[in-house]
Design a protein around this ligand. Structure first.
Ligand SMILES: Nc1ncnc2c1ncn2[C@@H]1O[C@H](COP(=O)(O)OP(=O)(O)OP(=O)(O)O)[C@@H](O)[C@H]1O
Ligand SMILES: [Mg+2]
Length: 421
């Protein structure tokens, strides 16, 4: 017998990871930069964009359009502008018009010079590297557009950064390009993208009144809308049947604006991605609610281990029977694999646990009292049953902690209590 410890070869380790099956068939379709084939619930915004930019196709050069898109974080402003730009420029092409859509992220490009260079790069205009000011370079670009019969829609995304760094004069400079030369062919139009209307306050009144004329609002998504958006992504990114239906509903409920979330589609899609990664990490063939709980705990900025410390702290002072009910809820949820269970199921688990630990179970009213307390402490979530359940009853769910770990901690405490007696 060799006394040397046998180590696993590097190739074997890598091979093991590579050959491991995955729930994803195209993970990149969940990444923020991916543009989906359709944008559910943004039809009206696309229709308005088409309406506002229609003159560019029917009488090109007649106007320099300015449209302002606004809405809170993750509601599809960027993806809608890009999608519109891609499709609209193709339409122009089919009409023999050379229209280019240029999307500038002002978070990165905050000066006139940066923006001008982005335009030059997109159009592959050879510009002298030295000697010209940003304004002169812009003039050179306008000339190039004229000489080559090109039209441009310039999107300034997160334009508030541009204004903060370069001032509102700089923005004024762009969007009023043609005011001084009304006889010129108007070759550049603008889409401005911002988080809220108050961003217009930092602009002078002439500029903001320009923008106020053509505004398109983006509202936070409801849970129903998110559900459809998530289903679309699920079909694109995961192998069929690998994501449990409840996972999609649960994400939609956490994030939906009607359920107290912020209606942010980016956050919803990221949760789905992380839940899938948690499933892959464990080698699970399906993405379950438990994977989602783990993803959620990690995204909330709390490592699940330190999260457990917080949860442990909170349960430390609960009376024994409240702990038993908490454990019963965890068991019932694990058993069902669903997002919520009926209070009746929790009660029967509770009675079983009482028997196991040799405790006399408390009556109905007391049980309800404990459940109300658990809810107030934020340890469980309750709601009244609606569709999909027979009769009306209280439903119980636990969201923010992985149940496996939680169950261990709660049972450990219960054992400590009961052994002392
Ligand atoms: N209606 C939709 N259908 C499909 N995917 C969507 C939809 N709306 C948003 N998304 C997706 O959600 C994510 C966030 O969207 P987007 O980046 O456009 O938000 P935003 O409004 O620009 O947010 P921010 O203000 O943070 O820049 C992207 O991955 C995008 O593809
Ligand atoms: Mg954006």
């Amino acid at each position: 017998m060799s006394e040397y410890k046998k180590f696993v070869g590097t190739e074997e380790i890598i091979e093991g990871v590579l050959s491991k099956p995955s729930v994803f068939k195209a993970k990149e379709k969940l990444y923020p930069e991916y543009i989906p084939p359709s944008l559910p619930y943004r039809e009206e915004q696309i229709r308005l964009l088409a309406q506002y930019f229609k003159p560019l196709l029917y009488s090109p050069g007649s106007i320099s359009q300015r449209v302002f898109l606004h809405g809170p974080v993750g509601v599809g402003k960027t993806v809608t502008a890009r999608t519109f730009g891609n499709v609209f420029t193709l339409k122009a092409k089919s009409k023999g018009i050379n229209l280019q859509y240029i999307h500038v992220n002002c978070h990165r490009d905050r000066t006139v010079y940066n923006v001008v260079m982005e335009i030059a790069k997109h159009l592959r205009i050879p510009l002298p590297q030295r000697g010209l000011s940003a304004f002169e370079l812009y003039a050179a670009i306008l000339e190039y557009l004229e000489d080559n019969d090109i039209y441009v829609i310039l999107a300034l995304d997160e334009f508030d950064y541009f204004v903060k760094v370069s001032g509102s004069d700089a923005l004024y400079f762009f969007i009023r390009t043609y005011d001084e030369y009304p006889e010129y062919t108007k070759r550049i139009s603008f889409v401005l993208i911002g988080r809220s209307l108050t961003e217009l306050n930092s602009l002078d009144s002439a500029t903001s009144s320009y923008l106020l004329r053509h505004m398109i609002a983006f509202k936070p998504y409801t849970s129903k809308e998110l559900k459809d958006i998530l289903k679309q992504r699920m079909k694109l990114a995961f192998w069929e049947g690998t994501v449990e239906e409840d996972v999609i509903s649960a994400i939609a409920e956490i994030v939906g604006v009607d359920k107290g979330g912020d209606g942010n589609a980016r956050a919803a899609i990221e949760l789905l991605l992380r839940a899938g990664e948690a499933a892959d990490y464990e080698g699970s063939p399906r993405v379950t609610l438990e994977h989602l709980r783990k993803a959620y705990a990690s995204l909330a900025g709390i490592e699940s281990s330190s999260y457990m410390i917080i949860a442990k702290d909170m349960i430390l002072h609960l009376p024994l029977h409240e702990l038993l009910i908490y454990a019963a809820a965890i068991k019932a949820l694990k058993r069902s694999g669903r997002q919520y269970v009926r209070i009746g199921d929790v009660e029967s688990e509770y009675e079983m646990l009482c028997e196991i630990f040799g405790e006399r179970s408390r009556g109905h009213t007391q049980v309800y009292e404990y459940i109300r307390d658990l809810k107030q402490r934020g340890l469980i979530d309750t709601k009244t049953s609606g569709k999909g359940y027979r009769g009306r009853s209280t439903l119980i769910g636990i969201f923010n902690v992985p149940l496996d770990q939680l169950e261990k901690e709660v049972l450990k405490l219960i054992e400590q209590y009961t052994h002392k007696r």
